[in-house]
Unconditional design. Structure first.
Length: 311
């Protein structure tokens, strides 16, 4: 039976025993980095660098790094791959910071484990996108996996922030039943709009490489279908805001609803503008950022209005 050495015991003793600013800061870093890799992944696709590294896990046959022959596209794709290691380092640091609290705060520890475990799965999906020549269904799965990690990181930020402030519940009472129902509606409508948005993207012109396959759907039709859950999301958000001021709703939920409304307004404006201006890459990249922010805002509202995710 092995025992900890004095040096390792000293390191363990230095780990926090309660949620402090460092732990909360690592949760925020996890969220920011997960959003960041969505943006860099979008830049890979929009600069037609999706096959800048033609192999996986190697970049090119016999080399983990790009060769001069791959040009700027190889550097862009390899740079995006490198960011995965930064995400892993942050996730490990998050897990380590919670180690001595793993029994006291099982949910926090479980969320941190989830973040760390999904990162290599996400990297594997990235490899499959290369192996399939940027198949749009696999590319969509790659994005949706990142969006799910953004949602997990949002839950982590909410809970570390709550414990840092001395709170005991994310969804502060009273929360009327209709507000909880609207929270579920907002979450479902946001998820549907994001999933359908990936199909619109897979039908559009920005494939990541000139040889990459595209969906054979009618672009106008899938775009119109994509906005249906967006209209539902708008209606649910407006109604939730009205009810928040008619009832004694906790300030964190009110604030979350205002942030959600701002993201929807920004994202909708960018979406319409890019559609009617021929999908310029700058606006498309901003729309991808908007999707990540929508994931954050909708997850936060769902969390604060339902309190269903365990503490």
């Amino acid at each position: 039976m092995t025992t900890a050495t004095p040096k390792s015991r000293d390191l363990l003793d230095r780990l926090p025993t309660s949620v402090n600013r460092t732990v909360h800061g690592l949760a925020i870093a996890s969220l920011v980095s997960q959003i960041g890799i969505i943006i860099t992944g979008g830049a890979v696709r929009l600069t037609k660098s999706g096959l800048g590294c033609s192999q996986w896990p190697n970049c090119v046959p016999g080399s983990m790094t790009p060769t001069p022959e791959m040009g700027i596209h190889g550097l862009i794709e390899f740079g995006n791959r490198t960011l995965t290691f930064i995400l892993a380092v942050i996730a490990v640091a998050m897990l380590v910071s919670l180690w001595r609290m793993r029994r006291q705060h099982r949910t926090l520890f479980g969320l941190a484990v989830g973040l760390l475990c999904v990162i290599p799965v996400q990297a594997l999906i990235g490899g499959i996108t290369v192996w399939t020549g940027l198949n749009p269904w696999v590319v969509s799965l790659h994005f949706l996996a990142s969006a799910s990690l953004v949602a997990v990181a949002t839950l982590l930020v909410n809970r570390t922030g709550m414990y840092l402030r001395g709170g005991t519940a994310v969804a502060v009472a009273p929360v009327p039943s209709i507000q909880r129902t609207l929270g579920w509606t907002i979450a479902a409508a946001s998820a549907a709009s994001i999933v359908l948005g990936t199909i619109v993207t897979g039908t559009g012109p920005h494939a990541g490489d000139a040889s990459a396959p595209r969906h054979d759907f009618n672009a106008d039709l899938v775009t119109r279908i994509h906005v249906v859950p967006v209209y539902l999301l708008v209606a649910a958000t407006v109604l939730a805001l009205v009810l928040a001021y008619r009832h004694a709703t906790a300030q964190p939920l009110r604030t979350g609803l205002w942030w959600l409304a701002a993201v929807i307004l920004l994202q909708g404006g960018i979406g319409y503008l890019q559609h009617f201006t021929g999908l310029p890459i700058g606006l498309v990249l901003l729309h991808m950022l908007g999707s990540a922010l929508l994931t954050v805002a909708a997850t936060n509202v769902w969390d604060r209005s339902t309190g269903k995710f365990p503490l």
